[in-house]
Design a protein around this ligand. Sequence first.
Ligand code: HEM
Length: 270
Amino acid sequence: MKLKRIKALALTTALLIGAGCVCPLSLYDDGTSFSASAAETNSTVYTINITLMQFHSEGKSMGNESMIPQAHIVLDSDGTAQLQINMIPLTYLNRLGYLGSLKKVTTVLEENKYQYPTKIETLEAAVLEEYIDVYDSFNDPESEYADANVVGKWYPKKLSIPIDFENHEDDILVQVYVPVMESIMAGGGTKFAVLDIDWNTLTEVVAGDANGDGEFNVADVIVLQKWLLAVPDTHFADWKAVDFCEDDKLDVFDLCLMKRALIAENTTQE
Ligand code: HEM
């Protein structure tokens, strides 16, 4: 994951004094994340691996490459959970395409003799982030190939669907709409696929664990500090673990809260 960095640590540190968690300074990320709004204090966040499989076949779906394999599950204290998936554009047969929409199939009401669903009930995935400013020939209102299903809309970047955490819900039937596929053949843009959830990979995101060793200690503070100073080859195991401001950005305000949290943790342990 590449995150753009601002190399103004010294300057912004001065702004920090007495700032608390106001987090007005922004750094931007272009990689995976989970929603800050979902990351409320009472939530537990996990990473989990997902694969998009073909409907009615053992193989991976061609659409699998459009999903970042590591997703997040945000589990709230009331037991409800959301699976958050990060989408990326996909090139296939020399054509680049974005996902238009994704629905979770909640009930198959009718199917044909080939067990292909013909009548379904669905739940539209919530869009948590979009590809702002990306216009292609399908969503651009100026385009002669504009697709009525997506025209004037931004493509989804991060989606959220409810998931049964307690019962380790798996093999979730989804229906996708992909404008580039629709452009190849009318009706061909809507496809079924199955989301395979690898519950064996479920890992709780430990707050502050920048280096992914399962602990939060001074080594993690150093990782964030180095990253803010743009030291080459500085990586996070899961950058969201250090997003202390829970605003989907990393900056010196996170560093400030991180240090405070570490001090508090060490004080409690004494
Ligand atoms: C967000 C990106 C995309 C997603 C989620 C997606 C999803 C799917 C799914 C679920 C299928 C059904 C077969 C399978 O599961 O393998 C499929 C088939 C297909 N897709 Fe895509 N696709 C995407 C992008 C593209 C692009 C960029 C092309 C470019 C030409 C493309 C062309 C096709 C073709 C030709 C088929 C086979 C047609 C058929 O089965 O009727 N797709 N896609």
